[in-house]
Design a protein around this ligand. Structure first.
Ligand SMILES: Nc1nc2c(c(=O)[nH]1)N[C@H]1C(S)=C(S)[C@@H](COP(=O)(O)O)O[C@H]1N2
Ligand SMILES: [Mo]
Length: 559
């Protein structure tokens, strides 16, 4: 008898898992639909974001690292975009799996307990699942338009509905179990297989119908949601800085990039995006303010118009890189940044005697601490509101982000929501999670292209142009060298860069020799310090090592 109960319970858990799938998938679709329609939280992303903020830094880094490796290996395109998509899928799949497990446990427990389920009994798994999710969502969500209480209640109610739907399904699947069992037992002597399969058929056709309904809700919810989202998006941004005559500062540079080298100025929509949330905070210019508070004589509360109008705009061509960028990776990009000098802003606020640090908060909960001595010593540190003369894109920090020369992106908050002047140092978001406290940019260089289709002949020798970038924070690049198959290093030509803070494009003319070769690059920064050649991973201080590319050199039919 106990044995039979146990098998029954395991079988019930199996049905529970299936029912869980059929109820949780539409629930996710409903959350999505409500998010688009009313701005309630999309909870699968919130749970993932909560995990990303609260699980140990090493584990998160490992997860990101694995993801980047997979994206690179499977060639899924630009790393940060693919990683964000993978993250979002993980959030959704995670929520569905949790729903499946919870439902399986619910059915299992019910089978062991026996008896009939009331609909209200579904409130137990509903609340067990829904309350923690609602709490996590409330803790991290910053994208919802609804008030936190409303969001919280909506999530709890939705999960209660989820639990009651499971209870209802359970009753249809198992309610007449005793009768069926009795029939089955009676029939067992005659045709046991027939009795069992009739019962199974019954359940199967019922589950099929539920599956159809679940699929309908999911497709309609997700589809209509996606359509609504599409139609609600994107006005063209208004140019806010003066483009001047449009000429780049290095327009007269003598050295031309090898075709196939990445663009010297990264198209803004191709610039990587790295941050701690599934979806970026969307801040409105009308309501956004920058409070400068704490140890200041005149606390400020600035609008974007104040920042653009009351301060002298500063323009700088800059290369930004993520500390998680691998050797040769794409988490690096160059734009013209426009903003205000942080020194000027602090002068207006009036620092008090004991002011030591700036605590800079992002609207997503990200934060960093900047030493005021550093700001006072470096007038290039700025609060930027434009990239390439347009307002910052939402994903890259609209309306305001900081620039600190020579530091990886992890030190430079986007979506700034507050600057607090304080006396005490506090570790920043990624520093707390084990990354380098200073995060100076490593010198790095990359072979972008071995341009076999650009081969040319000079003095009877055939050359293949090779090109790429080299970058060393604000230290500039003094030398780039290239070698083939581990032979002697030879100096490449350097193109005059957009600024001493951007990458340098280089070109090298490689004497042709047929066959498969390895072409490598290394560089020396403007302070005559060579890049570190020994291979080290991104954590904790940024990757080092030299980049190379294999190329099959063979000449097309010569004209
Ligand atoms: N508010 C906020 N700012 C942030 C981050 C973040 O997660 N939140 N990530 C930092 C990191 S790790 C990097 S590499 C850069 C990336 O800027 P981008 O997404 O515009 O390329 O933003 C930095 N600023
Ligand atoms: Mo980063």
């Amino acid at each position: 008898m106990t044995d039979r109960n146990a098998t029954g319970a395991v079988r019930a858990a199996g049905y529970g898992a299936l029912a869980g799938l059929l109820v949780t998938v539409p629930l996710v679709a409903i959350f999505y639909f409500a998010d688009v329609l009313m701005g309630t939280p999309f909870v699968p992303f919130d749970v993932l974001d909560w995990a990303a903020r609260n699980l140990p830094g090493g584990l998160i880094t490992f997860a990101i690292d694995t993801m980047v490796t997979a994206i690179t290996a499977l060639q899924l395109g630009e790393t940060s975009t693919a990683a964000k998509a993978a993250e979002q899928v993980m959030g959704i799949v995670g929520m569905i799996l949790t729903g499946v497990v919870n439902a399986a446990l619910f059915y299992y427990a019910q089978q062991r307990r026996g008896g009939r389920l009331t609909l209200q009994a579904g409130l137990v798994p509903g609340l067990l699942f829904g309350l923690p999710v609602a709490l996590l969502s409330n803790a991290v969500n910053f994208t919802a338009l609804t008030a936190p209480v409303v969001s919280f209640l909506w999530i709890v109610v939705a999960f209660c509905g989820w639990g009651m739907a499971l209870a209802a399904l359970h009753n249809v699947l198992f309610d007449d179990e005793p009768r069926k069992m009795a029939t089955a037992e009676a029939a067992e002597a005659a045709t046991p297989a027939a009795a069992v399969s009739a019962e199974a058929l019954d359940r199967r056709s019922f589950l099929l119908r539920v599956g159809g309904a679940a699929a309908t809700v999911t497709v309609v919810g997700a589809g209509v949601g996606a359509l609504l989202r599409e139609s609600g998006s994107t006005a063209t941004p208004v140019r806010i800085a003066n483009r001047g005559d449009g000429a780049l500062p290095n327009a007269d540079a003598a050295v031309q990039p090898v075709p196939g080298t990445r663009p010297e100025l990264t198209p803004v929509e191709q610039h990587y995006r790295i941050d701690i949330s599934s979806r970026p905070p969307v801040l409105e210019e009308e309501t956004w303010r920058l409070p400068v508070s704490g140890l200041v004589d005149n606390p400020l509360e600035l609008t974007l118009a104040d920042l653009r109008g009351d301060f002298r705009p500063v323009e700088q061509y800059l290369t930004l890189s993520c500390i998680s960028n691998r050797i040769g990776g794409d988490l690096i990009g160059t734009q013209k940044w426009t903003g205000v000098r942080l020194q000027e802003l602090l002068a207006r606020a009036g620092l008090q005697e004991d002011a030591q640090y700036l605590r800079i908060l992002g609207a997503d909960g990200f934060h960093e601490t900047v030493d005021i001595d550093l700001v006072m010593a470096d007038e290039r540190i700025m609060l930027a509101y434009a990239w390439d003369d347009l307002p910052l894109p939402v994903r890259n920090g609209f309306p305001l982000r900081i620039y600190i020369p020579d530091r990886y992106g992890m030190k430079q908050p986007k979506w700034i929501s507050e600057i607090e002047v304080v006396a005490d140092y506090q570790e920043g978001y990624w520093v707390m999670r084990g990354w380098d406290e200073v995060a100076l940019m490593q010198t790095t260089s990359v072979v972008d292209v071995v341009a076999t289709d650009e081969a040319f002949i000079r003095d009877g020798v055939t050359y293949i142009p090779v090109g790429g970038i080299a970058h060393a924070g604000d230290r500039s690049i003094s030398k780039v060298e290239v070698r083939m198959d581990g032979e002697a290093w030879q100096e490449a030509q350097l193109r005059e860069p957009l600024s001493d803070k951007t990458w340098v494009l280089w070109r090298f003319e490689l004497p042709f020799s047929e066959g498969r070769h390895r072409i490598e690059v290394r560089s020396v920064d403007g302070e005559e310090v060579p890049q570190i050649e020994s291979v080290r991973g991104t954590r904790p201080s940024g990757a080092t090592g030299i980049h190379g590319r294999n190329a099959d050199l063979r000449l097309e039919t010569e004209a």
